[in-house]
Design a protein. Structure first.
Ligand SMILES: Nc1ncnc2c1ncn2[C@@H]1O[C@H](COP(=O)(O)OP(=O)(O)O)[C@@H](O)[C@H]1O
Ligand SMILES: [Mg+2]
Length: 448
């Protein structure tokens, strides 16, 4: 291929990025040169503007075919073999994993592996990766006390200017309303809030089942306030060297103040806030909680442009001291996404993917109690199924409701277990009214 020709064509594409024909011409040249990744990039650029562009889909099909035969994992549809016909009018059966496509778990080669029958029978790597997510990491690192040396401290926080605001948070009107009343309005109207005797000190604790948007909301709050967003995970601050944990915590708050206005987001705050009865007696955690209390108590409303947000899946495990007035004294339940939120999340995760006949509202109405993370999982699973089918059929098969339905058969809502386990807390430990919104939510669903 003549690189000069290609370079000038690419300049032309840059000058008129909307010209699909030109872009596809470049893509053809790249494909002919065996530059598959770049080909797919150009074709995708066309498909993003026009998802059903026939020539682009056809070219993508050829690129995938070229890729599969080049990589030696040829499906039945490549080379001289007959392509597998799939009739678009017939809903395909849930895709059987094709042994020619799905790589089998690697069989230990008896010629290479030591002849240990037990080792051959048990795949440790796989077992570890399966078990890994269920085994909590060791709570604290072993102190490595190299004599006389102090720790290096936490890596400097990355301040981030978030591009999202509350408008990007789908649905959740009740949550947004409470967020506004208890946090945004007072912060934005400091003088007025003072006149009404509303405390501006302390911060807001977001709690709720995992994967339902606590982190996303915190970022959106920063965007809404036009503030810098800094997120710190509590376990990152812990350091086994004496005094370093406090130093780290102080550095985090100092750095947040230096960038003000800042939303400082303490993620997974339960990792440190363990009740004294639990692991909280550990000296290192104690130091951290104490320093956190000092920092919170030194906050004077939004005068120093520092907004404190924290998140946890288990607020009831937090040390009470953290929840006293002037500290994380406001709590907000971030509920599982409602219909509107689910639709927004699904739309987001399906954007830029080839689709056909997707009924977003239909999926949203069938996924009550699914978390944002569950919904993302459904979209990825459906996409994988469509891709497997595409490789078998040797053409692009867009994601259809068949793929979504198959994914829905495999994936269930993950928030129910959390809600179930929160019931007793609401029943027996809601004396401060701290979990009133949770109680209300459970009652509405006849779970309380
Ligand atoms: N209401 C919502 N609107 C848009 N996206 C959402 C919403 N709720 C959750 N998400 C998405 O769901 C995923 C999980 O959210 P995340 O904030 O990480 O959950 P958490 O911090 O509660 O575990 C993210 O990709 C997030 O963008
Ligand atoms: Mg989170």
């Amino acid at each position: 291929m003549n690189d000069d020709v290609l370079a000038s064509l690419r300049r032309a594409v840059e000058a008129s990025p909307e010209d699909a024909a030109l872009r596809l011409h470049v893509a053809e040249m790249l494909l002919a040169a065996g530059r598959h990744t770049e080909t797919i990039g150009e074709v995708n650029a066309v498909l993003q503007r026009e998802p059903a562009h026939p020539a682009a889909l056809e070219l993508l099909g050829r690129t995938v075919a070229a890729l599969t035969s080049a990589s030696g994992t040829a499906a039945s549809g490549t080379g001289s073999a007959e392509p597998v016909e799939s009739d678009p009018a017939v809903e395909p059966e849930p895709v059987e994993p094709d042994p020619a496509v799905e790589p089998e778990p690697v069989e230990p080669d008896p010629a290479v592996e030591p002849a240990d029958p037990a080792a051959a029978a048990f795949d440790w790597t796989r077992a570890e990766s399966e078990v890994g997510s269920d085994v909590p990491p060791p709570f604290l690192p072993e102190p490595q006390l190299a004599a006389g040396e102090g720790g290096e401290g936490v890596a400097p926080l990355e301040p981030e200017a978030p591009a999202v605001t509350l408008k990007d948070v789908g649905g959740l009107d009740a949550v947004k309303k409470r967020l506004n009343e208890s946090f945004m309005q007072p912060m934005k109207n400091a003088e007025l809030a003072k006149a009404f005797g509303k405390s501006l000190r302390g911060g807001l604790l977001l709690y709720g089942p995992p994967g339902c948007g606590k982190t996303f909301l915190a970022r959106a709050v920063a965007g809404e306030l036009g503030a810098v967003f800094m997120s710190v995970t509590m376990t990152d601050i812990l350091d086994p060297y004496h005094g370093v944990t406090e130093k780290n915590m102080k550095a985090v708050f100092d750095s947040a103040r230096a960038h003000s206005p800042t939303v400082l987001f303490l993620d997974e705050v339960d990792a440190i806030g363990m009740k004294r009865s639990g692991l909280g007696h550990h000296a290192m955690i104690r130091q951290m909680v104490n320093q956190l209390l000092i920092e919170m108590d030194s906050m004077a409303g939004n005068n120093d442009g520092l907004y404190l947000l924290a998140a946890t899946n288990h607020p009831w495990d937090l040390d009470e001291a953290l929840l006293r007035p002037g500290r994380l004294d406001r709590t907000l339940l971030v509920t599982p996404p409602d219909f509107e939120a689910r639709r927004t999340i699904l739309e987001y995760h399906l954007r830029d993917r080839p689709l056909a006949g997707i009924d977003l509202a239909g999926i949203a109405s069938r996924t009550e109690m699914f978390s944002g993370a569950d919904l993302a999982h459904i979209c990825v699973t459906a996409a994988e199924k469509a891709m497997t089918e595409s490789i078998q059929a040797n053409r692009i098969c867009p994601i259809t409701m068949t793929h979504i339905n198959a994914a829905l058969d495999e994936i269930g809502p993950s928030t129910l277990a959390w809600l179930e386990s929160s019931r007793n807390v609401v029943k027996f430990s809601n004396e401060h009214g701290r979990y009133n919104d949770l109680a209300e939510y459970l009652r509405q669903r006849s779970m309380l």
